[in-house]
Structures are given as structure tokens and as C-alpha cells.
Design a binder for this molecule. Structure first.
Ligand SMILES: NC(=O)NCCC[C@H](N)C(=O)O
Length: 289
């Protein structure tokens, strides 16, 4: 089978990515809520280093091309769709500027022969960054600014026939409606039942569920979470205990190494810190395991 990713840290075999091009170069930072360190040319150069690390892992990269559609955030391919073992789910973005990205994902799946399990409709919204596979039969979704109750109910209805339990956890507002806070902003799985977390912003019942399921939680330091706008926490496992992280957050790196991880880093001030999305957000795993 060439698709299926109901785990978060098993070896990444196939992934959808989008190299930022004309759409990011033309983006107005005030419209897109990009920070002071935004620089499209440097972001593209930093992206190439990141893409090289993903390619080095052996993953096949399916490219969603930026041909100037104006969708600057579309480089964050994690969000517009989700891939289950039963096909892809085309989501509906909570950030209105990102709604048209879903059609781009649909085209990539059609070209790659990945079946579509279903799609969200109406006013229901869910973003991929709010979705965390706790285990292969349990999907946690953060309800917040980007994902709403109706969207979560729609995902639940699509997955329930396959024996998958979808749970909803409420997120705080934190930096406001314009900023990006996903459930994946406060947790990054590193290996089976091992995750890096920023505990103060975790929904308390989600924290309790992880503990009850036998997870070991590595705590990211407060100062680096604040200094990085949360991006110190956003690390991509290419296989269990092997992760890609944003450079410059040495205490977070040391905490992961202490937990047995090998950490590769890349500079990402113009890309990740400025545009509010890290290595996990820049990838949509299509096949893991
Ligand atoms: N999964 C993620 O956390 N994605 C980051 C998306 C950042 C993008 N600027 C956004 O606001 O949607």
C-alpha cells in the first residue's frame, strides 16, 4: 500500500511538500501575519536545506508546486488534509486565506493514486495541525480557532466505520485569533509513546490521556518556547528517535538527546519563526511505517 499514516513517528516513506516560490515572494506580511524576521528569499533558501534533510531520510517527496497561486501559507502542507489507512481526508481550513489549498492537495492525491476517504463540508473546519494520532485507533483533535466542533464531528463520522475513535480537546486562545496555535503546537511525538510537550498549554484532559496511555513526556523549556514562538517544539520525526528541528534551541535539543533522540537542525528564522510553522507543518506524511 502506498498510503496510510495513522502514526506520528514511524519511518516516513512518502510525504507531500511545497517549496515556497512566487506566492511567498509576493506575500504581504501584514496580511499573512508573518513576523519581523520574514524574508521570502532567505525563507526559500532555508527551505531547501530542510527539504534536503527530508530527502536524506529516504522519503519520497510528492511536490505540490507553487506556481504563483497567491497561497503563501500552502508551504505548510500538514494542514489541508490528513491521510488515514483508508484514504485521504480533505479538510476545511479555519484560516479563510488558506481555504483554496485543499484543491491543491486533492490534485496531488489524484496524480499519486491516493484514494479520497471523504471531505469536510459546510461550516465544519479542521486543520491537520490540530490532529494527533495518540495510537493507530485514536485520533485527538484540538478544538480552537482553526478546528471547530462541527468539523471534528465530520472527521469522527468518516473514521468511526474504520474503528477509529476521534477525541476532541479544547485549546486556549493564547496569542489571539490571528496567530496560529494548533494542538501540534504544544506536542511533537518523537517515538512510540514518547513526545516533546509544552505542558503549560496542553489541554489538561489530553495530558491526562497521554499519561494514562503510558506516554513519557519530555518537557520543552519555557524560555525557548517563548523565544521561538513555540517553534522549538515543532520537530519532525523521520523515524523513531530521529528528528529534524529548528536550529538555535540548545536546551530543547539537549532534552531530546537525553531521551535518546538524534537531532538534525536547520536555520529557520525567516521561514519557520516568521511564518509560524515548523518542520512538522512543512510536511504532510502520506505513508509512515
Ligand atoms: N501545522 C501548523 O502548525 N502549521 C503552521 C501554519 C502557519 C500558517 N502561517 C498559518 O497561520 O496557518
Amino acid at each position: 500500500m502506498s498510503f496510510g499514516a495513522q502514526t506520528m513517528a514511524e519511518p516516513i516513506r512518502r510525504v507531500m511538500m511545497r517549496r515556497p516560490g512566487k506566492s511567498l515572494a509576493d506575500a504581504d506580511p501584514a496580511v499573512w501575519h508573518y513576523g519581523k524576521t520574514f524574508d521570502a528569499a532567505r525563507a526559500a533558501a532555508q527551505y531547501d536545506v530542510f527539504a534536503g534533510l527530508v530527502a536524506k531520510s529516504g522519503a519520497e517527496i510528492l511536490w505540490y508546486a507553487d506556481e504563483g497561486d497567491g497561497l503563501a501559507d500552502a508551504m505548510f502542507t500538514h494542514d489541508p488534509s490528513l491521510v488515514s489507512d483508508h484514504g485521504a481526508i480533505l479538510l476545511n481550513m479555519g484560516k479563510p486565506l488558506r481555504r483554496d489549498e485543499v484543491a491543491g492537495h486533492e490534485a496531488v492525491y489524484a496524480a499519486a493514486g491516493v484514494p479520497i476517504l471523504g471531505r469536510l463540508s459546510g461550516t465544519g473546519t479542521v486543520e491537520g495541525g490540530d490532529c494527533v494520532w495518540v495510537d493507530e485507533k485514536t485520533l485527538a483533535i484540538g478544538r480552537g480557532v482553526r478546528s471547530n466542533a462541527e468539523g471534528i464531528a465530520q472527521v469522527r463520522a468518516l473514521l468511526a466505520p474504520h474503528g477509529i475513535n476521534v477525541l476532541s480537546f479544547d485549546l486556549p486562545l493564547w496569542q489571539g485569533e490571528e496567530a496560529c496555535l494548533h494542538l501540534m503546537s504544544v506536542i511533537s511525538p518523537l517515538a512510540d509513546k514518547l513526545a516533546l510537550v509544552y505542558a503549560p498549554l496542553l489541554p489538561a484532559p489530553f495530558y491526562q490521556l497521554l499519561k494514562a496511555r503510558g506516554y513519557t513526556l519530555v518537557e520543552a523549556p519555557d524560555d525557548e518556547f517563548m523565544a521561538s514562538n513555540g517553534l522549538n517544539l515543532n520537530v519532525l520525526p523521520t523515524k523513531p528517535f530521529d528528528v529534524i528541528a529548528v536550529a538555535g534551541f540548545d536546551k530543547t535539543r539537549a532534552a531530546m538527546e537525553e531521551a535518546g533522540c538524534t537531532v538534525s537542525t536547520f536555520e529557520a528564522d525567516a521561514l519557520c519563526i516568521a511564518c509560524e510553522g515548523g518542520p512538522t507543518c512543512l510536511t504532510r506524511p502520506i505513508l509512515r511505517g
